[in-house]
Write a protein that binds this ligand. Structure first.
Ligand SMILES: [Fe+2]
Ligand SMILES: [Fe+2]
Length: 326
């Protein structure tokens, strides 16, 4: 399904005819605003838009779509009768997947549209793969009632910390994904270790400490999760170099992994455990500050403490944690 956006009826109809001849199902819109409504109502597989249009032009339309976390995978092609380097640059900067001059050569046009639609189909198959991983992460959490929703909370805390540190929305979303998956490797940790109510002995500790490497390995076969791998692998590194699995120190630890470590540490401190009950926020904050520069990046501890003190972290708790429906 292709959405054709053009304010000139004759031009639009000519493009529609070509696409119908190529066996595509076609929808139409007369400007960017109409197009946005149409896409939000029912996402097409490709948007083919004119550049200059009244109300909302092709560049704004493209940018709107490409900054939407759900709609950004839809390919957008910008077409114009005035192809200039400036126009092309504007389209590319807005995230366009293609820039054609009108009228386009029919055969090239057909081939390029076909490539983009096929890519879209592949992208749509990637998403469920990510969902399978999320389901696995939940399976890990469900094995341990005390860890239930831990991963999701870590994802949310890490994302909030990323936003507070001025990261881009892509990086914030990556932090959420990685946070949700960070302990997925615990699926390989034996129950006797994972569920033990009390301190672990040396052998058990070693088994537990395999989970970051195992987690990164489990996720490594999935293209869509590649950027999360360093965060999963390094979420137990310590700022002083005494963490695992690689004993990385200070800024050698990937920045986003340092953020996830703070989020993970905070959740571990405030969540009730079998061997200790709930803990007051002030006590947890003191422990967090105590670990600044040894366990965690001092700059991040400051930012996180600020979030806790402003109530931002407490506001997240209980928002969208998925607990099994009884
Ligand atoms: Fe972990
Ligand atoms: Fe964790």
């Amino acid at each position: 399904v292709i959405l054709v956006v053009d304010d000139h009826d004759r031009v639009r109809e000519r493009v529609v005819e070509t696409l119908v001849d190529l066996d595509y199902e076609v929808r139409q819109a007369r400007d960017g605003r109409e197009a946005l409504q149409s896409v939000r109502l029912e996402p097409p597989d490709l948007v083919l838009t004119d550049l200059q249009m009244p109300v909302v032009d092709g560049i704004v339309l493209c940018r709107e779509l490409k900054t939407d976390p759900v709609l950004r995978l839809i390919p957008v092609v910008v077409m114009t009768s005035e192809p200039s380097p400036e126009n092309e640059l504007a389209a590319i900067s807005a995230g366009a997947d293609g820039f054609f001059a009108k009228p386009a050569n029919q055969r090239t046009f057909a081939a390029r549209i076909q490539v983009l639609v096929r890519e879209r189909a592949l992208n749509q198959r990637l998403d469920p793969a990510e969902n399978v991983l999320f389901a696995t992460a939940r399976a890990v959490a469900a094995r341990n009632p005390f860890a239930l929703a831990h991963s999701e909370r870590v994802g949310q805390y890490a994302r909030a910390l990323g936003a507070a540190c001025g990261l881009s929305s892509d990086e914030c979303e990556l932090l959420y994904t990685a946070g949700t998956l960070h302990d997925i490797g615990k699926i390989g940790v034996p129950d006797a270790v994972l569920l033990k109510a009390g301190p672990l002995d040396a052998v058990e500790l070693e088994a537990m400490r395999e989970h970051p490497v195992l987690g990164a390995w489990i996720c490594s076969s999935l293209q869509s999760v590649q950027p999360a791998l360093p965060i999963i692998r390094h979420h137990h590194e310590r700022f002083d170099g005494l963490g695992y699995p690689d004993g990385l120190r200070g800024t050698d630890i990937p920045f986003l992994a340092r953020m996830a470590a703070v989020a993970d540490g905070w959740d571990a401190m405030v969540t009730p455990r079998p061997y200790r009950g709930e803990r007051p926020t002030t006590e947890a904050l003191a422990e967090l500050v105590h670990g600044s520069g040894t366990q965690w990046d001092p700059a991040l501890i400051e930012a996180f403490r600020d979030l806790v003190e402003r109530g931002e972290i407490a506001r997240l708790v209980g928002l969208s944690f998925s607990t099994p429906q009884k």
